[in-house]
Design a protein. Structure first.
Length: 208
């Protein structure tokens, strides 16, 4: 937490940043809020919603589904992150990561563009891949991301809806994948940090 009270300059001169740690002790969802009060005349406190999903012991891939949104055909979507969390007591070795679908077209529309620097995942550690979508034809797409490791495998569903911009429909450019929950091993330890860059000056502009 920054030293408070903190001064925020106008015209986006600076920001005040808070950091929240997640240390779930049980598997499942938990939520809370961070309340921020300013000296804006007649202003009300602003709230930042926090959500964490405690993962059970073992290996989990998250989030369960990646939605790459509506993206124009022949255009690469924004990259979306897939995490593999090792909530066990020993390191695991990743054997392979792949994308497969009901047909070759669905499979080829999704691509892995970034992989972890190491195939060894220590205990209580998370590694990540980045996936994108680029389709030559419009329509609903679905595929599966699968990562194999010593002792098992984990999957994440991939979906997307490429559209033809010349057909009169619009899209959101693949921006529908806001990561609304943070995932952490349910060990009771703060294994990761969730930074919250909070620009109070933005609130000031919105209230005027």
């Amino acid at each position: 937490t920054p030293t408070l009270p903190a001064s925020v300059q106008g015209n986006a001169g600076n920001t005040v940043t808070f950091s929240a740690t997640a240390a779930p002790t049980l598997a499942g969802s938990a939520s809370s809020t961070v309340g921020v009060t300013t000296d804006i005349p007649n202003g009300t406190p602003d709230s930042i919603a926090l959500t964490v999903v405690g993962l059970p012991a073992g290996v989990s891939a998250t989030p369960p589904t990646i939605d790459l949104g509506e993206v124009a055909i022949q255009t690469t979507s924004l990259g979306q992150e897939i995490d593999l969390s090792n909530c066990g007591d020993a390191a695991i070795t990743i054997a392979d990561a792949m994308i497969y679908g009901s047909d070759s077209y669905n499979t080829e529309a999704f691509s892995i563009v970034s992989q972890p620097p190491s195939m060894m995942v220590p205990a209580n550690t998370t590694v990540s891949w980045l996936v994108v979508m680029n389709s030559q034809l419009p329509g609903q797409l679905a595929a599966t991301f699968e990562v194999d490791y010593a002792g098992g495998s984990a999957t994440v569903a991939l979906v997307g809806e490429p559209y033809d911009p010349n057909a009169g429909s619009g899209g959101d450019g693949g921006t529908t994948s806001d990561k609304s929950s943070y995932y952490a091993c349910s060990t009771g330890r703060g294994v990761a940090l969730w930074p919250i860059a909070f620009a109070l000056v933005a609130l000031r502009r919105r209230r005027r």
